[in-house]
Design a protein around this ligand. Sequence first.
Ligand SMILES: Cc1cc2nc3c(=O)[nH]c(=O)nc-3n(C[C@H](O)[C@H](O)[C@H](O)COP(=O)(O)OP(=O)(O)OC[C@H]3O[C@@H](n4cnc5c(N)ncnc54)[C@H](O)[C@@H]3O)c2cc1C
Length: 385
Amino acid sequence: MALDADTLSQLLTTLEQFVRERLMPLEAEVAEQDAIPADVIADMRGMGLFGMTIPEAYGGLGLNTLEECRAVQVLGYTAPAFRSIIGTNNGIGSQGIVMDGTAAQRAHYLPRMATGEIIGSFALTEPDAGSDSGAVQTSARRDGDAFVLNGTKRYITNAPSAHVFTVFARTNPAETGSRGVTAFLVDATTPGITLGRPYRKMGQKGAHVCDVMFDDCRVPASAILGGLDRLNRGFETAMKTLDRGRLHISALAVGCANRLIDDSVRFAVERRQFGQPIAQFQLVQAMLADSRAEAYAAECMVLDAARRRDAGEAVATFASCAKLFATEMVGRVADRAVQIHGGAGYMDEYAVSRFYRDVRLFRIYEGTSQIQQTIIARNMIKAAS
Ligand SMILES: Cc1cc2nc3c(=O)[nH]c(=O)nc-3n(C[C@H](O)[C@H](O)[C@H](O)COP(=O)(O)OP(=O)(O)OC[C@H]3O[C@@H](n4cnc5c(N)ncnc54)[C@H](O)[C@@H]3O)c2cc1C
């Protein structure tokens, strides 16, 4: 349900203030410590940020896609690690339950996800099933009223602090593609689950990712997301969840681009060479202008795709177009930002060097740029034939 204009504007203003006054001053410390301070997480919980997209009936803010994208764009103005901690509860960790969960599953998980009391993670990727995500090999063997999970999930965001995993496992061994896959809601304390050590990443310090291993992990049939009717239909849930998730990442990319551009303009106006601010040089102006134009184009795409989704249109192609363009765009913008900063842009004292590493991930997860291209082209060809 859409918020009224005043409430939305108040939310965005409060969020902007929180980003600028509370989060931005902590960016360097978070990168240094590889951790987000507990009091910041408490503030985020108090503001309802863990439940932005969870329906109001379950204690969330109930933002529609457009409102979510506008809020995430504001959050994107600071280090993406802050967004990552609330990202899975608002996106891939909760939306499967919102869209396809049973009434009992929604009532059990969503209110506590909305407050941030529990963290949900999305466990699809495996060592041998990345872009080819329908090829998951983690098995869920039926044993009486239960299912027994075995396998390894790779690079799972927020897994070190997760309380519940949405695990995609093969329930039909005769089917090697996406059709034999079921989604299970598995509590992190279930015997048979172990976590790998958190990965040391290129960027986004403060956001944590690890592998999750299932060794004869026994769950009741009631753990199937959506109940027994959705046996072997988990991949559909994953794809629907990712449609919305891709718009979320696109909005985040636009927010990061806006920050990189503002930092670049400020630097270009202050830094003097050849007796004048470098902002006076037309070659520098070209970089600024290209970044502004591309960020604006991405913003228009994201907001249009979000509006279409809220109107009930099928948006798989639009979501992939937005993710492809917005995440590639922010890569170019970050590169230009470093260039405009010269040597300073290579130094950790300047946020642009950190953002340059942070935004690299956006072109990889929730479907690489090449996978977005294949989705867009496949849908075009299907529509034509
Ligand atoms: C920090 C981080 C967090 C993540 N969080 C999660 C998470 O929470 N949950 C989760 O399930 N996963 C998560 N992932 C996994 C992520 O979604 C995958 O890494 C991504 O989908 C790519 O899979 P891969 O790494 O196996 O690369 P691969 O699939 O092996 O791809 C390698 C290269 O081949 C290209 N390629 C592959 N197939 C094709 C094709 N058909 N056509 C053209 N090019 C192709 C790719 O585009 C890429 O350039 C995360 C990853 C990272 C790095």
